[in-house]
Write a protein that binds this ligand. Sequence first.
Ligand SMILES: *Cc1c(COP(=O)(O)O)cnc(C)c1O
Length: 396
Amino acid sequence: MDDSLNFDTLAVRSGTLRTDYNEHSEALFLTSSFCFNSAAEAAERFKHSEDYYTYSRFTNPTVTMFQERLAVLEGGEACIATASGMSAILSVVMAAMQAGDHIVSSRALFGSTLGMFSQIFARFGITTTYVDPNDLDAWREAVRPETKLFFVETPSNPLTELCDIEAIGKIAKAAGALFVVDNSFCSPAVQQPLKLGADVVMHSATKLIDGQGRVLGGALVGSRAFIMEKVFPFVRTAGPTLSAFNAWVLLKGLETLSLRAERHSASALAVARWLESNPAVKRVYYPGLESHPQYELAQRQQRSGGSVLAFEVVGETPEEQRANAWRVIDGTKLCSITANLGDTRTTITHPATTTHSRVTPEARAAAGITEALLRMAIGLEDARDICADLAHGLGA
Ligand SMILES: *Cc1c(COP(=O)(O)O)cnc(C)c1O
């Protein structure tokens, strides 16, 4: 496909493979294996399994279509899809590292990613140093001779703190480390880390790429050499492969991604502005607001503010803050009380007592997650209805 085409065109036109029936919409290949016309053909195809369809743990045409389309949208050479976002993280580490190697990571991480680094990889001799993502000296000082990988998520959850991808990428390059960016919060419609110096983009496709809360999926996008020579052999052998059905759902999700991302961001900005003007709200965190401390970086690095925002309600004591925050949640009739994000439906959570409840109170305080804090992932409802829903518990 012509690479000079624009994002929205590529999102609906790239990666399509047609069968002899010339179907217009992409076919769903629900088959675990593929047949051969002769013993010689089977032998040949098994020998070059990356170029042919032999068995769906290795390759499947529906999965290929999703991989090719996502690679194009991220501006990468190749993509391997995985069963979930977490299995994408597992796969990139298994592909790039071995016992004794070291990771430098932003400390603002998705909970399961933190668990993966600190508990699971540690058992296999891969250690991790966590740094303040915006302290560039801390990144430099954390590098050791055995450092092989840098990892960031931007914006962070729940406080929407940004990492400067370009600046961290330069440090990773100087250290000879593979720079992996988890782009699940933005999707390529909002942010393209490979163009800013990342080596690999990792996705939980479960979030904005599906966008409708239906299936789990993940992906890694990067250079052809790394993805095909390092990641593909691991995924093909170990089997954290994306299913054809989920690939089909995600492929269709990519077609509407840009439209959805635009609406998510526009509505999140409208809700953030409304919250900022509400006397019952103490502070709003949203990269699209001029009051965000990294507004300039957000303007440079992201096409829009994204779908996630956080805000603090007023309250003198932690008890009063929690009561006020819970009143907002319990006052909603529209918003879903759940932690998913990037969905058509708006979600609201109280991080201190849910997603971050297992973190020690000291670590929570250090991360700025107070009892007053609420996190929202704005969906595709009319923003006026979302504001009206929040007004029940906030006072109009
Ligand atoms: C959800 C999420 C993951 C994990 O993805 P799964 O698809 O649930 O395995 C990783 N990183 C971020 C930022 C996420 O939001």
